[in-house]
Design a protein around this ligand. Structure first.
Ligand code: NAD
Ligand code: LMR
Length: 342
């Protein structure tokens, strides 16, 4: 992100990025829920992207000040603010990537599924507007429970006749970011080198880090596998408890979401080497949606990466079998929510 934040020729030369060619800022990004705990730092990080020409910020309140503040940063994108349902359509027109962190976060003692009743309606309404105004956009869903909100978004898009499964992503980047951090610390590896695929879904035991597929190739004792897996699965709860009622992860989530936005923009811009984990429509398991590594191209998901699921350890295979019933139920709950509506 730092390298990509270099915005002027003078800055570039001062930093000594000799052959770094400034990409053309030409993409439009919208953030729905932009004045929230995730929305604000995410907007800042996206404002630093040299690929973004327009940054549209939408929320039901407090977005004017956030946009005024951000607009003073001397980076390429023009920032615009949109408040309330009457301004949502204008926010979305012509947008290439829509990021949705709108909705309520957890408090201690809650599961992500406890957010379903409020967030399901919020995601449904926002995705209906996306379908009407920018049906070709990449849609990044952050609002929890991701295991249900992504199927909700898919059903809404189907009903509107504009569902493109290649362009709908549940954002699970934070699970990968956490896995990389925890593994690097535990094994004394350089943070920048470490990559751990995380598959399944985004809640509790449905989050399955595949430690045996860690790059660079690393061996773990059984105790280390158990400890790291449980820590990665409970990392969201670790933050919820530390914040003690003031919400859930926002800063690390904004960092992770910004990485996923930047990867999407690079793919849209023609980079043919973009890989991320995400919760997408999938045929890698018997479940209709599944998080795995994917290759992202100009038209969205270009390929799922099945090799990560081959040659699993016994521990990983058992964990994969164990997560499927919960993930299936969450997916069905999301689909049923939209199908029950008239
Ligand atoms: P927050 O309460 O700080 O911010 C949410 C924002 O959404 C607020 O500004 C609110 O005004 C806005 N909002 C509410 N209803 C809206 C609507 N109808 N249209 C537009 N905006 C609306 O919460 P947060 O900490 O930013 O978390 C947001 C969501 O992200 C939560 O559901 C949380 O569980 C989820 N989350 C997901 C991940 C992940 O890895 N996918 C990580 C962290 C948090
Ligand atoms: C996270 O993983 O941090 C988010 O899903 C928020 C939460 O509720 O834990």
């Amino acid at each position: 992100v730092l390298k990509q934040s270099i915005t002027s020729k003078a800055q570039k030369e001062n930093k000594g990025y000799g052959n770094y060619v400034q990409p053309q800022a030409s993409y439009k990004v919208a953030i729905l829920g932009a004045s929230g705990g995730i929305g604000q730092p995410l907007a800042l990080l996206v404002k630093m992207s040299p690929l973004v020409s327009e940054l549209n910020l939408y929320d039901i309140a407090n977005v004017k000040g956030v946009a005024a503040d951000l607009s003073h940063c001397n980076t390429p994108s023009q920032v615009s603010d949109f408040t309330g349902a009457s301004e949502l359509a204008n926010c979305l027109k012509g947008v290439n990537v829509v990021v949705i962190p709108a909705g309520v976060p957890r408090k201690p003692g809650m599961t992500r599924d406890d957010l379903f009743n409020i967030n399901a309606n919020i995601v449904k309404t926002l995705v209906e507007a996306v379908a009407d105004n920018c049906p070709d956009a990449f849609i990044h869903i952050i609002s929890n429970p991701v295991n249900s909100t992504v199927p909700i978004a898919a059903e809404v898009l189907k009903r509107k006749g504009v569902y493109d499964p290649k362009k709908l992503f549940g954002v699970t980047t934070l699970d990968v970011v956490r896995a990389n951090t925890f593994v690097a610390h535990k094994k004394n590896l350089r943070l920048i080198d470490v990559d751990v695929p995380v598959v399944g879904g985004h809640a509790g035991i449905t989050i399955l880090p595949l430690l045996s597929k860690t790059k660079p190739s690393t061996t773990f004792t059984d105790e280390e596998v158990q400890e790291l897996t449980v820590r990665i699965q409970n990392a969201g709860t670790e933050v919820v408890e530390a914040k003690a009622g003031a919400g859930s992860a926002t800063l690390s989530m904004a960092y992770a979401a910004a990485r996923f936005v930047e990867s999407s923009l690079r793919a849209l811009d023609g980079d043919s080497d973009v890989y991320e984990c995400a919760f997408v429509q999938s045929d890698l398991s018997e479940l209709p949606f599944f998080a795995s590594r994917i290759k992202i191209g100009k038209d969205g998901v270009e390929a799922l990466i099945p090799s990560d699921l081959q040659g699993l350890t016994e521990y990983e295979q058992k964990a994969l079998d164990a997560l499927k019933p919960e993930l299936k139920a969450s997916i069905e709950k999301g689909i049923g929510f939209v199908q029950k509506k008239a």
